[in-house]
Design a protein around this ligand. Structure first.
Ligand SMILES: *Cc1c(COP(=O)(O)O)cnc(C)c1O
Length: 395
């Protein structure tokens, strides 16, 4: 039998951790599509509801399939606790609703997922949370923004779409020195490339929708950390407020984790090959990829990530017309805004993912009209290059 306490490497944990076989002796993990659970007696029901007896109660907060996904991801991130949520956004909402209150202050990187920024500025601020946005890479800005009521520092690294790398060691020291929490959205790297908890982060957040699923099939998220913050407080919010993951989606993500190590390696290999090719291409102005030695933070990325990741961004020579031309001449890659799929995806951030940001702020953040983002998939890298070359060669 798989022994949770034995030392296993992450490839083994991805395939084996977190699941308890049922009496049916199945080899592949079962799905439990049940909303509630039956008790043997009134006393057992009382003990379960009262928390004196561990076990299933109600699938808003206890479901065997969801628990298997949580336990497997926790083993891979090196976390004591994991709470699965309905989406990546609900993971972020759940984290800040459980750990903060009105009057608390958060320092966030300005280079975060656009919808997360809207969550902070349009909704959480409405309930009295104060948020200051700072440069992802300038440590002195983080330091200067911290106040006595600062509860958390928040970031994702590498950033989307410009792949700026945040220094996790330095930021976790800053958080500790100021008694606040370091919260890291680890969506782009996944535990295969980077484990922020080992570098001193307190909370890791995932959009399972992306690489954890890996085939673009379902929406989900997760929050990971210690038993008090996540096991008690985050789970308490989930139990009461209900942004829960369905057992069907949990099963998809659970099976997605099994191939995550080999998929991430293949994504990174293709992405590095594409980034190198683009940086030699005469119609390209600039390439953003942390795995290239020309990346301004190559050393830092190399130290804290085991590879460059699956996202490559680049500026073409010209403006929106030339960028759109590259998109419109593809025959194979998908024109959509998701990422982390086996299918290669091309996105024009200025008019899609970042369209809600004002044109001035967008320009300031480097989301120029000639910028394109590729989530590099697992097709033949030669076919991916050929597909992009169609439009590039016309510039
Ligand atoms: C997609 C994404 C989210 C939101 O996740 P959903 O599952 O779409 O709600 C959060 N953070 C990052 C970095 C993302 O890419």
């Amino acid at each position: 039998m798989f022994d949770e306490f034995e030392h296993y490497n992450i490839e083994t944990l991805a395939v084996r951790a977190g699941y308890e076989q049922t009496g049916e002796q199945e080899n592949s993990e079962a799905i439990f599509p049940t909303s509630s659970f039956r008790y043997q007696s009134a006393a057992q029901a009382a003990a379960r509801f009262g928390g004196q007896e561990p076990g299933n109660v109600y699938s808003r907060f206890t479901n065997p399939t969801v628990r298997a996904f949580e336990n497997r991801l926790a083993a891979m991130e090196g976390a004591a606790s994991c709470v699965a949520t309905a989406s990546g956004m609900s993971a972020i909402l759940t984290t800040f609703m459980s750990l903060c209150q009105a009057g608390d202050h958060v320092v966030s990187s300005q280079s975060i997922f656009g919808t997360t920024k809207v969550l902070f500025t349009k909704y959480l601020m409405k309930f009295g949370l104060e948020v200051t946005f700072v440069s992802q890479t300038d440590l002195s800005e983080w330091q200067a923004a911290i106040r006595p009521n600062t509860k958390a520092l928040f970031l994702e690294t590498p950033s989307n779409p410009l792949t700026e790398v945040a220094d996790l060691d330095a930021l976790s020291q800053l958080a500790k020195a100021n008694q606040c929490l370091l919260v890291v959205d680890n969506c782009f790297c996944t535990p295969i490339l980077q484990r922020p908890l080992e570098q001193g982060a307190d909370i890791v957040i995932h959009s399972a929708t992306k690489f954890l699923d890996g085939q673009g099939r379902a929406i989900g998220g997760a929050v990971l950390g210690n038993a008090q913050l996540v096991g008690e407080e985050v789970r308490g919010f989930l139990r009461t407020c209900g942004p829960s993951m369905s057992p069907f989606n949990a099963w998809i993500f659970l099976k997605g984790l099994e191939t995550l190590p080999i998929r991430m390696r293949a994504h990174c290999e293709n992405a590095l090959s594409l980034a190198s090719w683009l940086s030699q291409h005469p119609k390209i102005e600039k390439v953003f990829y942390p795995g290239l030695t020309s990346h301004p933070q190559y050393e830092l990325a190399h130290k804290q990530q085991s590879a460059g990741g699956g996202l490559v961004s680049f500026r073409v020579k010209g403006g929106r017309e030339q960028a759109w031309q590259v998109i419109d001449h593809t025959k194979m890659v998908s024109i959509t805004a998701n990422l982390g799929d086996v299918k290669t995806i091309i996105t024009h951030p200025a008019t899609t993912t970042h369209v809600r940001v004002s044109p001035e702020d967008r320009e300031k953040a480097g989301i120029t009209e000639n910028l394109l983002r590729i989530s590099v998939g697992l097709e033949s890298i030669e076919d991916i290059k050929r597909d992009l070359a169609r439009g590039l060669d016309l510039i």
